[in-house]
Design a protein around this ligand. Sequence first.
Ligand code: NAG
Length: 240
Amino acid sequence: MMDLKLWLSILMVCGMAESQFLRKDFLINVPSRIPVLESSCVVIPCVYSYPKTKKILNRFRAFWFRGHTMVTSNFPELRLTREFHHRTRMAGSIRSGNCTWQLYFVRKTDTGPFYFRVEIPQHKSFTFSNNKVTLDVFQVPEPPVMTIEVRNKVTATCKVTHACPTSPPHISWSRAGTWTTMSKQENKWLWSTTSTMTFTPRVADFNKRLECTVTFHGRKTTKGSVLVFKKRKQNIGVLN
Ligand SMILES: *[C@@H]1O[C@H](CO)[C@@H](O)[C@H](O)[C@H]1NC(C)=O
């Protein structure tokens, strides 16, 4: 008699291989909530997959909806309602499983919830109505997080987070100096932009506040400031 245990384990391995390589389901990965500044933009990251098939697929229609309202599609010929016209864009490659989309000039009413639908006429279609994304639209940006270090030179940083990597905020300072600004991805939907400023302090700089002004895409602004303190003389290694 053939070893039953061996036979069962072969079956199990085949089953696992099938679930891994012959997926039967439509799957999606999209955040359920994203905080967004009103008037700014947001990139809603999204990846999906469709059941495997040996058929050649060359037509993909993709849509994002809010209720029955289409908010974007990869069909430029399909007209959007006036509410979303010229404000959205399908940003990813639908064919390769990227359902990322972008919304500009975010309004208070853009909360959604939004959901994705894909139609593959040569294969299958699916509406991901159980994976909706809600935008938490806020109106007043948070003040920046700032740091300062006073040595021979003053180095200060001014950092904000946002959801609009395609148009990061603009950061400026109240005093002349050398600035560099860099953006970094913090998680799937959150980005940070940090400006680092250095200058050689003059007597007049001390005990004054150094201010940074952040202008987000859409023109909302926020400000922060730090005190340029005078470093105490340190008598390191000297016994008085
Ligand atoms: C999806 O497309 C967007 C926009 O082009 C891109 O920034 C992002 O990296 C893509 N995501 C993946 C997982 O490929």
